[in-house]
Ligand binder design. Structure first.
Ligand code: GLN
Length: 254
Protein backbone atom coordinates (compact mmCIF):
# COMPACT_ATOMS: atom_id res chain seq x y z
CA UNK A 1 0.00 0.00 0.00
CA UNK A 2 1.41 3.36 -1.01
CA UNK A 3 -0.02 5.42 1.88
CA UNK A 4 -0.67 4.80 5.55
CA UNK A 5 -4.02 3.15 6.19
CA UNK A 6 -5.37 6.21 7.96
CA UNK A 7 -4.76 8.54 5.02
CA UNK A 8 -5.94 6.58 2.00
CA UNK A 9 -6.32 9.33 -0.60
CA UNK A 10 -8.84 8.98 -3.39
CA UNK A 11 -8.21 11.30 -6.34
CA UNK A 12 -11.28 12.75 -7.97
CA UNK A 13 -11.06 14.41 -11.37
CA UNK A 14 -13.68 17.07 -12.01
CA UNK A 15 -13.68 17.23 -15.79
CA UNK A 16 -14.22 20.64 -17.46
CA UNK A 17 -15.93 22.36 -14.52
CA UNK A 18 -15.66 25.73 -16.33
CA UNK A 19 -17.61 24.79 -19.44
CA UNK A 20 -19.47 21.64 -18.45
CA UNK A 21 -21.30 22.28 -15.23
CA UNK A 22 -24.96 23.21 -15.31
CA UNK A 23 -28.09 22.53 -13.22
CA UNK A 24 -26.00 21.81 -10.15
CA UNK A 25 -23.67 19.15 -11.58
CA UNK A 26 -20.75 20.35 -9.45
CA UNK A 27 -22.80 19.05 -6.50
CA UNK A 28 -21.73 15.57 -7.61
CA UNK A 29 -18.13 16.43 -6.80
CA UNK A 30 -19.14 17.77 -3.38
CA UNK A 31 -21.28 14.70 -2.66
CA UNK A 32 -18.43 12.30 -3.44
CA UNK A 33 -15.98 14.42 -1.46
CA UNK A 34 -18.22 14.46 1.62
CA UNK A 35 -19.04 10.77 1.51
CA UNK A 36 -15.42 9.74 1.05
CA UNK A 37 -14.47 11.79 4.12
CA UNK A 38 -17.22 10.17 6.16
CA UNK A 39 -15.90 6.75 5.09
CA UNK A 40 -12.45 7.71 6.38
CA UNK A 41 -10.77 8.31 3.01
CA UNK A 42 -9.01 11.50 2.00
CA UNK A 43 -10.68 13.01 -1.06
CA UNK A 44 -8.43 15.06 -3.34
CA UNK A 45 -10.14 17.07 -6.02
CA UNK A 46 -8.43 17.95 -9.28
CA UNK A 47 -10.25 20.34 -11.58
CA UNK A 48 -9.21 19.60 -15.16
CA UNK A 49 -10.19 22.22 -17.72
CA UNK A 50 -8.88 22.55 -21.27
CA UNK A 51 -5.08 22.21 -21.50
CA UNK A 52 -4.71 21.47 -17.79
CA UNK A 53 -2.28 18.80 -16.67
CA UNK A 54 -3.76 15.43 -15.75
CA UNK A 55 -3.14 14.42 -12.11
CA UNK A 56 -0.86 11.50 -11.20
CA UNK A 57 -3.84 9.53 -9.95
CA UNK A 58 -7.42 9.48 -11.21
CA UNK A 59 -9.62 7.22 -9.10
CA UNK A 60 -13.02 8.72 -9.97
CA UNK A 61 -13.84 10.97 -12.93
CA UNK A 62 -16.89 13.24 -12.80
CA UNK A 63 -18.16 15.30 -15.72
CA UNK A 64 -21.20 17.52 -16.06
CA UNK A 65 -23.58 18.86 -18.65
CA UNK A 66 -23.22 21.91 -20.82
CA UNK A 67 -24.80 24.00 -23.51
CA UNK A 68 -24.04 23.01 -27.10
CA UNK A 69 -21.55 25.92 -27.13
CA UNK A 70 -19.72 24.53 -24.08
CA UNK A 71 -19.55 21.13 -25.74
CA UNK A 72 -17.99 22.70 -28.85
CA UNK A 73 -15.37 24.43 -26.68
CA UNK A 74 -14.10 21.32 -24.92
CA UNK A 75 -14.33 18.77 -27.73
CA UNK A 76 -10.76 19.17 -29.03
CA UNK A 77 -9.28 18.81 -25.60
CA UNK A 78 -11.50 15.79 -24.94
CA UNK A 79 -10.16 14.14 -28.08
CA UNK A 80 -6.58 14.70 -26.96
CA UNK A 81 -7.42 12.78 -23.80
CA UNK A 82 -9.56 10.14 -25.50
CA UNK A 83 -7.02 7.28 -25.58
CA UNK A 84 -6.16 7.79 -21.94
CA UNK A 85 -9.84 7.92 -20.96
CA UNK A 86 -10.47 4.70 -22.90
CA UNK A 87 -7.61 3.00 -21.07
CA UNK A 88 -8.90 4.18 -17.69
CA UNK A 89 -12.45 3.06 -18.49
CA UNK A 90 -11.18 -0.36 -19.62
CA UNK A 91 -9.17 -0.57 -16.43
CA UNK A 92 -12.32 -0.12 -14.33
CA UNK A 93 -12.01 3.51 -13.29
CA UNK A 94 -15.48 4.67 -12.23
CA UNK A 95 -16.80 7.64 -14.17
CA UNK A 96 -20.02 9.60 -14.07
CA UNK A 97 -20.82 11.69 -17.14
CA UNK A 98 -23.91 13.86 -17.09
CA UNK A 99 -25.85 15.02 -20.13
CA UNK A 100 -23.46 17.04 -22.35
CA UNK A 101 -20.48 14.85 -21.49
CA UNK A 102 -22.63 11.70 -21.64
CA UNK A 103 -23.42 12.69 -25.24
CA UNK A 104 -19.73 13.25 -26.04
CA UNK A 105 -18.74 9.93 -24.44
CA UNK A 106 -20.91 8.42 -27.18
CA UNK A 107 -20.10 8.18 -30.88
CA UNK A 108 -21.41 11.58 -31.95
CA UNK A 109 -23.84 14.41 -31.17
CA UNK A 110 -25.52 16.12 -34.09
CA UNK A 111 -26.77 19.41 -32.62
CA UNK A 112 -30.06 21.01 -33.54
CA UNK A 113 -28.23 23.50 -35.81
CA UNK A 114 -26.79 20.58 -37.78
CA UNK A 115 -23.22 20.63 -36.39
CA UNK A 116 -21.86 17.14 -35.93
CA UNK A 117 -19.62 16.76 -32.88
CA UNK A 118 -17.71 13.49 -32.91
CA UNK A 119 -17.64 11.77 -29.54
CA UNK A 120 -14.96 9.58 -28.01
CA UNK A 121 -17.07 6.37 -28.17
CA UNK A 122 -16.53 5.03 -24.70
CA UNK A 123 -20.29 4.43 -24.74
CA UNK A 124 -21.68 3.00 -27.95
CA UNK A 125 -24.52 5.50 -28.45
CA UNK A 126 -25.32 8.46 -30.68
CA UNK A 127 -27.31 11.64 -30.13
CA UNK A 128 -29.38 13.83 -32.41
CA UNK A 129 -30.60 17.31 -31.37
CA UNK A 130 -34.32 18.12 -31.53
CA UNK A 131 -35.92 21.54 -31.54
CA UNK A 132 -38.03 20.72 -28.48
CA UNK A 133 -36.20 20.52 -25.18
CA UNK A 134 -36.90 17.64 -22.83
CA UNK A 135 -37.23 19.07 -19.32
CA UNK A 136 -38.40 17.89 -15.90
CA UNK A 137 -37.87 15.74 -12.85
CA UNK A 138 -37.50 12.09 -13.66
CA UNK A 139 -37.74 8.77 -11.80
CA UNK A 140 -36.23 5.70 -13.38
CA UNK A 141 -35.80 2.14 -12.19
CA UNK A 142 -32.54 0.26 -12.08
CA UNK A 143 -31.72 -3.20 -10.76
CA UNK A 144 -28.43 -2.02 -9.35
CA UNK A 145 -29.54 1.26 -7.77
CA UNK A 146 -33.29 0.96 -7.19
CA UNK A 147 -35.15 4.13 -8.15
CA UNK A 148 -32.88 6.86 -9.51
CA UNK A 149 -34.23 10.38 -9.16
CA UNK A 150 -32.99 13.41 -11.06
CA UNK A 151 -33.80 16.25 -13.42
CA UNK A 152 -33.40 16.23 -17.19
CA UNK A 153 -32.99 19.20 -19.52
CA UNK A 154 -31.66 18.47 -22.99
CA UNK A 155 -32.35 18.82 -26.68
CA UNK A 156 -30.40 15.73 -27.69
CA UNK A 157 -32.12 12.38 -28.22
CA UNK A 158 -29.72 9.56 -27.45
CA UNK A 159 -29.97 6.05 -28.87
CA UNK A 160 -27.97 3.15 -27.45
CA UNK A 161 -26.43 0.65 -29.85
CA UNK A 162 -27.54 -2.94 -29.47
CA UNK A 163 -26.17 -4.62 -26.37
CA UNK A 164 -25.46 -1.41 -24.42
CA UNK A 165 -27.19 -1.52 -21.04
CA UNK A 166 -29.23 1.54 -20.08
CA UNK A 167 -28.76 2.92 -16.61
CA UNK A 168 -32.48 2.67 -15.97
CA UNK A 169 -35.97 2.33 -17.41
CA UNK A 170 -38.92 4.67 -16.97
CA UNK A 171 -42.52 3.73 -16.79
CA UNK A 172 -43.95 7.11 -15.91
CA UNK A 173 -43.53 10.56 -17.33
CA UNK A 174 -40.21 11.80 -18.63
CA UNK A 175 -38.19 11.50 -21.77
CA UNK A 176 -34.94 9.85 -20.73
CA UNK A 177 -32.59 8.95 -23.56
CA UNK A 178 -34.95 9.70 -26.40
CA UNK A 179 -38.62 9.70 -25.44
CA UNK A 180 -39.21 6.56 -27.48
CA UNK A 181 -37.78 3.45 -25.87
CA UNK A 182 -38.23 4.27 -22.14
CA UNK A 183 -34.51 3.92 -21.44
CA UNK A 184 -32.35 6.44 -19.63
CA UNK A 185 -28.58 6.66 -19.52
CA UNK A 186 -26.05 3.90 -20.02
CA UNK A 187 -23.82 1.73 -17.86
CA UNK A 188 -20.62 0.35 -19.36
CA UNK A 189 -18.27 -1.39 -16.94
CA UNK A 190 -17.96 1.32 -14.23
CA UNK A 191 -18.83 4.18 -16.57
CA UNK A 192 -22.22 5.77 -16.05
CA UNK A 193 -23.66 8.15 -18.62
CA UNK A 194 -26.95 9.84 -17.75
CA UNK A 195 -29.20 12.83 -18.41
CA UNK A 196 -29.87 13.20 -14.69
CA UNK A 197 -28.89 16.58 -13.27
CA UNK A 198 -30.15 17.73 -9.94
CA UNK A 199 -27.44 17.29 -8.65
CA UNK A 200 -27.73 13.56 -9.12
CA UNK A 201 -25.47 12.17 -6.40
CA UNK A 202 -26.80 13.97 -3.31
CA UNK A 203 -30.21 12.44 -4.08
CA UNK A 204 -28.86 9.04 -5.10
CA UNK A 205 -26.33 7.84 -2.50
CA UNK A 206 -26.34 4.33 -3.95
CA UNK A 207 -24.69 5.67 -7.09
CA UNK A 208 -22.11 7.53 -4.99
CA UNK A 209 -21.38 4.29 -3.17
CA UNK A 210 -21.00 2.40 -6.45
CA UNK A 211 -18.40 4.92 -7.66
CA UNK A 212 -16.59 5.02 -4.32
CA UNK A 213 -16.50 1.25 -3.89
CA UNK A 214 -15.15 0.74 -7.41
CA UNK A 215 -12.48 3.40 -6.83
CA UNK A 216 -11.39 2.06 -3.44
CA UNK A 217 -11.27 -1.55 -4.63
CA UNK A 218 -9.22 -0.61 -7.66
CA UNK A 219 -6.72 1.48 -5.70
CA UNK A 220 -6.55 -0.37 -2.37
CA UNK A 221 -7.88 -3.84 -3.15
CA UNK A 222 -10.95 -3.36 -0.93
CA UNK A 223 -13.56 -0.87 0.17
CA UNK A 224 -13.05 -0.56 3.91
CA UNK A 225 -14.88 2.37 5.49
CA UNK A 226 -13.57 3.52 8.87
CA UNK A 227 -16.07 5.35 11.04
CA UNK A 228 -16.04 7.26 14.26
CA UNK A 229 -19.31 7.65 16.21
CA UNK A 230 -19.52 11.14 14.80
CA UNK A 231 -19.05 10.22 11.15
CA UNK A 232 -21.51 7.35 11.46
CA UNK A 233 -24.12 9.79 12.74
CA UNK A 234 -23.30 12.32 10.04
CA UNK A 235 -23.68 9.68 7.34
CA UNK A 236 -27.09 8.67 8.72
CA UNK A 237 -28.13 12.33 8.68
CA UNK A 238 -26.92 12.71 5.08
CA UNK A 239 -28.93 9.68 4.01
CA UNK A 240 -32.07 10.97 5.76
CA UNK A 241 -31.70 14.28 3.95
CA UNK A 242 -31.30 12.43 0.66
CA UNK A 243 -34.45 10.42 1.36
CA UNK A 244 -36.43 13.63 1.95
CA UNK A 245 -35.07 15.25 -1.22
CA UNK A 246 -36.02 12.12 -3.17
CA UNK A 247 -39.60 12.25 -1.89
CA UNK A 248 -39.99 15.88 -2.89
CA UNK A 249 -38.52 15.41 -6.38
CA UNK A 250 -40.58 12.28 -7.00
CA UNK A 251 -43.78 14.07 -6.02
CA UNK A 252 -43.20 16.79 -8.66
CA UNK A 253 -42.75 14.88 -11.89
CA UNK A 254 -42.85 17.71 -14.50
N1 GLN B 1 -26.42 20.69 -25.08
C1 GLN B 1 -26.92 19.36 -24.87
C2 GLN B 1 -28.39 19.24 -25.19
O1 GLN B 1 -29.10 20.22 -25.19
C3 GLN B 1 -26.67 18.95 -23.44
C4 GLN B 1 -27.50 19.72 -22.46
C5 GLN B 1 -27.13 19.47 -21.03
O2 GLN B 1 -26.01 19.09 -20.71
N2 GLN B 1 -28.05 19.73 -20.15
O3 GLN B 1 -28.85 18.15 -25.45
Amino acid sequence: MEQSASKRPIDIVSLYPKDMNIYGDSGNVLAIERRLSLYGYEPRIHAVNQNDAWPDHADIILGGGGQDTGQKKIIEDLFRRADMLHELADDGVPMLMICGLYQLFGEYFETVDGTKLEGISIIRSYTVGRDVRMIGNLVEHSELFGDIIGYENHSGQTFLREGVAPLGHMDGEGTGNNGEDHTEGALVNHVIGTYMHGSLLPKNPKISDFLIRAAAERRYGEFAPQFTDETREQLAHLDETAARAREVAASRPR
